[in-house]
Design a protein around this ligand. Structure first.
Ligand code: TSJ
Length: 400
């Protein structure tokens, strides 16, 4: 993923104040375009860079909207297609972006694609548990600004609506173009070669991120199609087992200490954490962590909460079970995590990202939340699964 940007880093577009009639349509557009002009002037500020990373980031920004719709319980399938000309289509079977008129007289769809500070409002009204990554709901407008062409098709209320944009500029207002019995949103965009150093998508880069999203959000089908080759290649990423399957995937070439992946999940007051882990016979620790589907490379409070709890639980188990009767001191966290493959995924409503690369979770409330839940759940897990505990801690104690 590209650089994570805070809302305050983005220049806000001007507020649209007075309601307008259709004849005033183009006049009002000028104000909106001032906002998107800023994106075209300094694309790096919004998508990190204008190289391959930024190019792929555009797809992630659009996909994030569909992931949110799926997390809210309204979509099951997300399709991503790389076309022959390197334009990309993202489609979902969700409720469809609302098409009614916004208070400004512009359709809600157009607001999503032209206003830099639009997104958030809808999502709050929707009451959904909106947690996916992205530029706080401005992603669609940013991608639109950086696209030579963008087309959106919404299927909603039995109707099909369509709108086109050129370099962020609406060609015409949202138009009703037909009837349908389906629901969903489809967006096709062609990255602007005036902006990007390359517009050639890598199917592998997209596949890796989409697979990761499918592991992190179990039950969603994410289907990638690359039409640039014959025969057309399609991959369907779908993992009912979510994080458990993610750890199996990461550990697939390793020799496992115990068969079943340990899995914990806890949700309370809009905070949620899921952890899957399994020891292998190597000496390397691999703790991969995410917050709202964003890889927290530098870790943070969710990771430290887990680590502290694991160290306490394992030492307590070793002492109480008599496994460590020859030991004078307690095991360090590093000892315990030798050979541990682990994925932590936290969902945090207002994440604070810190550190050099803004990939370290800073929210202090998360540390205690994860620590308490891990201490309780892991204690219970090892009591109920003594065979797993014995095998893993023997390895940790180097008795194997
Ligand atoms: F943002 C976007 F335009 F880029 C985009 C949004 C792109 C794609 C491929 C999908 C979507 C999208 C948005 N999929 N589903 C939604 N859902 C809504 O925007 C939505 C629908 C209904 C309601 C409601 O409260 O009735 C609320 C929302 C946020």
């Amino acid at each position: 993923m590209g650089k994570l940007l805070k809302k305050k880093d983005c220049k806000m577009t001007e507020e649209i104040t007075a309601p307008i009639t259709s004849s005033e349509y183009s006049a009002d557009q000028i104000k909106i375009l001032e906002g998107l002009e800023a994106v075209r002037k300094r694309p790096g500020m919004y998508i990190g860079d204008t190289g391959a990373r930024g190019l792929h980031h555009c797809v992630y920004e659009i996909v994030d909207n569909s992931i949110d719709e799926a997390l809210a319980g309204h979509a099951k399938k997300i399709g991503v297609v790389i076309h022959a000309d390197n334009s990309v289509t993202v489609e979902d079977d969700g409720r469809g972006i609302p098409c009614e008129m916004h208070s400004s007289g512009i359709s809600a769809v157009e607001v999503v694609f032209t206003k830099l500070h639009a997104g958030g409002k809808f999502n709050e009204e929707g009451g959904a548990y909106k947690v996916s990554g992205g530029l706080h709901g401005v992603g669609a407008a940013v991608v639109n600004a950086l696209s030579e062409l963008l087309q959106v098709e919404v299927r909603r209320n039995g109707k099909v609506y369509k709108q086109f944009f050129k370099r962020g500029d609406p060609v015409a207002p949202l138009k009703e173009v037909g009837v349908t019995d389906k629901r969903g949103t489809m967006v096709t965009f062609k990255p602007d070669p005036e902006i990007f150093e390359t517009i050639e998508y890598s199917a592998d880069v997209l596949a890796n991120r989409l697979r990761e999203l499918a592991f992190l959000n179990s039950g969603i089908h994410i289907i990638l199609t690359d039409e640039r080759q014959e025969p057309v290649k399609t991959q369907d990423f779908f993992f009912e087992g979510g994080l458990v399957q993610f750890v199996e995937y990461l550990n697939k070439s390793k020799e496992k200490i115990h068969d079943k992946v340990i899995y914990l999940k806890y949700e309370k007051d809009f905070l949620a954490v899921e952890i899957a882990m399994q020891w292998n016979n190597s000496y390397t620790e691999t703790v991969t962590s995410y917050v709202n589907n964003i890889n927290t490379i530098e870790g943070g409070t969710h990771v430290s909460g887990f680590k502290t709890a694991l160290t306490r639980v394992v030492n307590k188990y070793i002492t109480e079970s008599g496994m460590g009767k020859t030991m004078k001191e307690t095991l360090s966290g590093d000892d315990i995590r030798e050979g541990l493959g682990c994925v932590i995924s936290a969902k945090v409503p207002e994440p604070q990202f810190e550190g050099q690369t803004k990939t370290k979770l800073g929210n202090s409330e998360v540390e205690g939340f994860v620590n308490t839940m891990c201490y309780e759940r892991l204690t219970a897990y090892f009591e109920q699964n003594p065979a797993v505990a014995k095998k893993s801690f023997k390895k940790v104690l180097m008795l194997l």
